[in-house]
Design a protein around this ligand. Structure first.
Ligand code: COA
Length: 321
């Protein structure tokens, strides 16, 4: 009998400090009205000194384990999608293993910018299907506030910090639950549309996020729509089978564009961008945790996840809860 990765637990963490658009408008030549109209963002959470990629990931993972009723001893692996780790190494995931008290596991980070959670989910699923792991925590944890150029109004208003986690558990596929299909893509030729202009290995290291917003926008709707089509087709399902679209939360206009292409009413789309802004690899697991805990997403629901980010990288994942 084939093995499936079921989504057994959900958790998240948002930094204590909330920064409104009005607060940003006191420092930057921008306004609440401009930010809301162009992006749908009303506020974002920003880390304080004691909140880091590791601390947020660990909190989200603990909540996800509690939700699943799974003890740390049963965890085989932790995968953390992040482009903003606290340290070059040890990997964020290995620090998280220690925070959780996982003694017999392995872990590593995955850097695929805003698509990171889909990449990590797909990787964890491959380990589970191959029989190499039975329980994997997949986390997105990001501190974009530390790579933003706070004098650039074109990017500073768009991002926020946070973490989300999902526990994947191996089960036989009799119940038709779990991850059904995932698809990943990357196009390095578009690498200069959205990037960070340095890293520790570069002498001219500065490390600020740079973006051609309009170009990214143009790629987003078309690439996300075709990726979603590909995933549904692979599963032999159609738009009308989908109960919830749980998209990466970059911009409400991108989310609405994809929903329109799928003929999905916005009542069936989980939206957090208004309160979280773009938390990169953390945005999908943050949205999932919210919608599962408030009862919108229920056992048996078919959920479609999609994301696009720097690389460009993009992908989608289909799962039955
Ligand atoms: N406040 C006020 N004005 C702003 C501004 C801000 N925060 N940021 C840019 N502007 C100005 C620009 O300077 C420009 O002014 P000009 O016409 O005088 O030159 C004007 O607004 C229009 O800028 P433009 O970049 O063309 O706006 P846009 O409609 O494309 O919206 C984005 C900008 C960034 C909101 C939009 O392109 C976008 O969301 N792109 C996708 C970005 C994204 O999601 N990236 C992450 C993917 S994971």
């Amino acid at each position: 009998m084939a093995t499936r990765s079921t989504l057994a637990g959900f958790g998240s963490y948002l930094p204590r400090r909330i920064v409104s658009n009005d607060e940003l408008a006191r420092r930057l030549d921008t306004s609440d009205q401009w930010i809301r109209a162009r992006t749908g963002i009303g506020q974002r959470h920003i880390v304080s000194e004691d909140e880091t990629a590791v601390s947020m990931a660990s909190s989200a993972a603990k909540r996800a384990l509690e939700f699943a009723g799974i003890a740390p001893e049963c965890v085989d692996a932790v995968l953390v999608a992040t482009s903003t780790p606290d340290q070059v190494f040890p990997a964020t995931a290995v620090r998280v293993l220690n925070e959780l008290g996982v003694k017999n596991g392995f872990g590593f980070d995955i850097a695929a910018a805003c698509s990171g959670f889909i990449y990590a989910l797909s990787t964890a699923d491959a380990f589970i299907r191959a029989g190499q792991a039975k329980c994997v925590i997949v986390i997105g944890s990001e501190v974009y506030s530390r790579i933003l150029d706070w004098s650039d109004r074109g990017t500073a208003v768009l991002f926020g910090d946070g973490a989300g986690a999902v526990v994947l558990r191996a089960e036989n596929d009799e119940a038709d639950r779990g991850l059904i299909a995932t698809h990943l893509h990357a196009d390095g030729a578009t690498g200069d549309l959205l990037y960070v202009d340095g890293a520790i290995g570069r002498p001219e290291h500065t490390g600020f996020l740079r973006m051609s917003g309009r170009d990214v926008f143009r790629h987003a709707v078309s690439k996300l729509s075709s990726s979603v089509d590909e995933t549904l087709e692979a599963a032999g399902l159609t738009y009308s089978d989908v109960n919830w679209l749980v998209p990466h939360q970059a911009n409400i206009r991108i989310i609405e564009g994809v929903a329109r292409k799928l003929a999905l009413p916005m009542e069936r789309v989980v939206v957090t961008v208004d309160r979280h802004a773009n938390t990169s690899a953390a945005s999908i697991p943050l949205a999932l945790d919210e919608a599962v805990r408030d009862g919108r997403i229920r056992p048996g629901d078919l959920i479609l996840m999609e994301a696009l980010g720097g690389g460009l990288t993009w992908g989608s994942a289909l799962a039955r809860i």
